[in-house]
Design a protein around this ligand. Structure first.
Ligand code: NAD
Length: 246
């Protein structure tokens, strides 16, 4: 499905990003695995991808740092010779009630989750314009649609990502660069492992399908948005939430 394509997935050393990187590789894409934290985990993802018979390498970069982002994109183009798919997945949370939220907590989340998407998108645009094609997939969240107490910073960033997706989709459509987003609901990751039984039950009560999502559920939708099967779609945000928001 993605044979010969080259992809960059940000924050791909674990969780949803790792599942996306593996899924794209499974479909034949060469994948650059961006990481900010653990080099060993990123290396493990690279090795798992290489075992599938496609190319992979790890690239360290803080998506909130423009110089890092520019170097990362240069590196991907120099290693793969093209960049067909960008998945803006990297994200953080710094939850706090509004009255207690520090300016620093607000800024950190906006810088990584929103400005990071802007900078990575901007940095790949010239190359994708040259290629006259490209797919950009942004990872938002359903809370960016519904809101969530204690997450004003995160919700503002994720809602911003939906707006950024629409705006860049309109701006880049004439260049055959398609920009879409996914909005996951509650996905089982390291984060949800830490929930108490009570918190978990509260979450499940809100999900019509009655179960948490898996990282692979998100990865398969991203694979669809990265493929030719979605070639007449741009500016869309697809909810992957077991029916929570409808
Ligand atoms: P995670 O914490 O396991 O993964 C996030 C990844 O992003 C990590 O590998 C981390 O190192 C990386 N990262 C963080 N800051 C970075 C930076 N400045 N530069 C580069 N990489 C950076 O979390 P996850 O659940 O896998 O989340 C992945 C994405 O999905 C995030 O954007 C998150 O907001 C979104 N999301 C998750 C859920 C969920 O339920 N897990 C729901 C909706 C949206």
């Amino acid at each position: 499905m993605l044979q010969g394509k080259s992809a960059l997935v940000t924050g791909a050393s674990r969780g949803i990003g790792k599942a996306i990187a593996l899924e794209l590789a499974k479909q034949g894409a060469n994948v650059a695995v961006n990481y900010a934290g653990s080099e060993a985990k990123a290396q493990a993802v690279v090795e798992e991808i290489e075992q599938m018979g496609v190319k992979a390498f790890k690239v360290q970069a803080d998506v909130a740092n423009e110089a890092n982002v520019k170097d990362m994109i240069k590196e991907v183009i120099s290693q793969f010779g093209s960049l067909d798919i960008l998945v803006n997945n990297a994200g953080i949370t710094r939850d706090n009630l509004l009255m207690r939220m520090k300016e620093e907590e607000f800024d950190q989340v906006i810088n990584t989750n929103l400005k990071g998407v802007f900078m990575c998108t901007k940095a790949v645009t010239r190359q994708m314009m040259k290629q006259k094609s490209g797919k950009i997939i942004n990872v938002s969240s359903i809370v960016g649609v519904s809101g969530n107490p204690g997450q004003a910073n995160y919700v503002a960033a994720k809602a911003g990502v939906i707006g950024l997706t629409k705006s860049t989709a309109k701006e880049l459509a004439s260049r055959n660069i398609l920009v879409n987003a996914v909005a996951p609901g509650f996905i089982a990751t390291d984060m949800t492992d830490e929930l108490t039984e009570e918190q978990r039950a509260g979450m499940l009560a809100m999900i019509p399908l009655g179960k948490l999502g898996q990282a692979e559920d998100v990865a398969r939708v991203v694979r669809f948005l990265a493929s030719e099967d979605s070639s007449y779609m741009t500016g869309q945000t697809l909810n992957i939430d077991g029916g929570m928001v409808m």
